[in-house]
Design a protein around this ligand. Structure first.
Ligand SMILES: Cc1cc2nc3c(=O)[nH]c(=O)nc-3n(C[C@H](O)[C@H](O)[C@H](O)COP(=O)(O)OP(=O)(O)OC[C@H]3O[C@@H](n4cnc5c(N)ncnc54)[C@H](O)[C@@H]3O)c2cc1C
Length: 443
């Protein structure tokens, strides 16, 4: 690895220290930037022909880079991981990410929902400027290099240690294979692993790392689809007519064996095979838990701002000539998809009494049979469990190896929280790696 060509602001270590970053997504690249900025010679390895593919795809629909809400609302978005992520988000939060974007020539703005976007709305200008900056910092990027494990892996596999055993060895000597099967071994003073989750595997992150880390005894919670649509057995007539139609301003509540779990408002989209969209994703963890438990019913409240009494009073004023759909449209403003959903729940029929219809409008039961597969998911739940890393994101079992991004066991809804945590953990891993290098240099 060559010298970085930038002034090393850290104490003279006697020689240029080296880092290998595996994975060129936002988490890996920001770690590389921080390490190189501190004078470390950094090489990024990625299995794809180009880096940041998921970030670029995220930009296709409008790059929602972070969210503008205060930390009191922001942090709870990470659920059980909020506490572990809090110091990292305090060190590199939404304002820092926005300033970083501005530094790359991409000012950001806050949309009406509070979500933050680059002015261009896209990821391409940002990624282009970022790669130029990384080049200026001397970061080398080795593409088409798949990480396949450690250089001592052969010795490991012969010793009968098996999955789950801790294998001693040079944990910072890594092995990479190119598309032709040529293998190379690379050592560094410090390693950052940022290989992403397992959603959209054709963009690079395929979860192949799980087995490699499990062989080293690192506990990994199973990777599962997050921010993903759900499967519903619609009738053919409903699916044919309403796929691609939004259910507007609804409230979704997950009901499993354990009762109601989570409730979120927004627009849900009917698909041929189920439902997708922000509120569906936001209750995803509760949906998975209910499915694990054996049954998941999503209750759709079609009129969340009115209670059953108010709805029943309106429905009581039916004109004799009105068809059921005209009645529902006049009384409650229900559009065809909402009315069809009511019928779908009743096997084609609607209840006769106004109060029964009102109760149904408040809680249309939709049985979820599964989540869509992980390769259609926006993000991944599961990953390296928090107890495997220290507060600097160093793997306890592999000193000198740090992890960042979606590899870690956190999840969050859409809204900019995914990229924000990927960046924040990348920055934290780089900081931890620099501290480690300093300590090692001191002996
Ligand atoms: C369609 C879509 C839209 C999205 N939109 C948004 C959005 O608007 N806002 C938001 O906050 N989030 C969004 N996300 C999520 C966001 O893109 C991810 O959370 C983020 O990219 C994760 O960053 P990461 O660096 O951890 O992993 P990744 O970006 O997945 O990067 C991991 C890298 O590791 C490489 N890699 C994997 N395995 C190996 C290996 N064995 N050897 C070498 N390299 C390897 C991969 O090629 C990849 O380049 C979206 C995701 C998708 C799929």
């Amino acid at each position: 690895m060559g010298a970085t060509g930038v002034v090393d602001e850290r104490p003279d270590q006697g020689r240029v220290q080296t880092a290998v970053v595996v994975g060129g997504g936002p988490a890996g690249l920001v770690a590389a930037e921080r390490l190189a900025g501190a004078g470390v010679a950094v090489t990024v390895y990625d299995r794809m022909p180009s880096v940041a593919r998921k970030l670029l795809l995220a930009g296709h629909g409008g790059l929602n880079i972070t969210h503008s809400e205060g930390m009191d609302r922001f942090l709870p978005r990470y659920g059980a991981s909020a506490q572990r992520l809090a110091p990292m988000l305090a060190a590199f939060g939404p304002d820092d990410l926005r300033a970083w974007c501005a530094g790359l020539g991409e000012e950001t703005f806050v949309g009406s929902s509070g979500r933050v976007f680059p002015r261009s709305f896209r990821a391409t200008p940002l990624v282009r400027a970022w790669l130029a900056r990384l080049g200026d910092l001397g970061v080398r990027i080795e593409k088409r290099q798949r990480w396949t494990g450690w250089a001592d892996a052969d010795a490991d596999s012969d010793d009968g240690a098996g999955v789950g055993a801790r294998v001693e060895g040079p944990s910072r000597a890594l092995r990479f294979a190119d598309a032709d099967g040529h293998v190379r071994e690379v050592s560094a003073d410090v390693v950052v692993l940022a290989l992403g989750g397992a959603s959209w595997p054709r963009l690079g992150s395929d979860g192949g790392w799980v087995e490699l880390l499990a062989e080293r005894g690192v506990a990994v919670a199973p990777l599962r689809a997050a921010n993903v649509g759900v499967c519903v057995d619609w009738s053919a007539a409903f699916a044919d007519r309403f796929q691609g139609t939004p259910l507007k301003h609804v409230q979704l509540t997950v009901r499993g064996r354990a009762g109601a779990a989570a409730s979120v408002r927004g627009d849900a989209m009917v698909t041929r095979s189920g439902l997708e969209g922000g509120p569906v994703y936001a209750v995803g963890a509760a949906i998975r838990a209910a499915l694990d438990d054996g049954t998941c019913v999503l209750e759709v409240d079609l009129r969340p701002d009115q209670d059953v009494d108010q709805l029943a009073a309106r429905l009581g004023r039916r004109r004799p000539k009105d068809s059921a759909s005209t009645w529902l449209r006049r009384a409650l403003g229900l559009d065809p998809v909402a009315t069809a959903l009511l019928r779908e729940a009743g096997g084609g029929a609607l209840p006769g009494e106004a109060r029964e219809v009102a109760a149904l409008v408040k809680a249309v039961p939709v049985t979820v049979t599964a989540t869509m597969p992980i390769d259609r998911a926006i993000s991944t739940a599961g990953g390296i469990v928090w107890s495997e890393v220290d507060e600097r994101l160093m793997l306890r079992r592999l000193p000198g190896t740090f992890v960042a991004g979606e590899m870690l066991d956190w999840e969050a809804p859409t809204g900019g929280y995914l990229l924000q945590a990927s960046f924040a953990t990348g920055v934290a891993a780089a900081r931890g790696a620099l501290e480690w290098l300093d300590r090692e240099a001191m002996g």
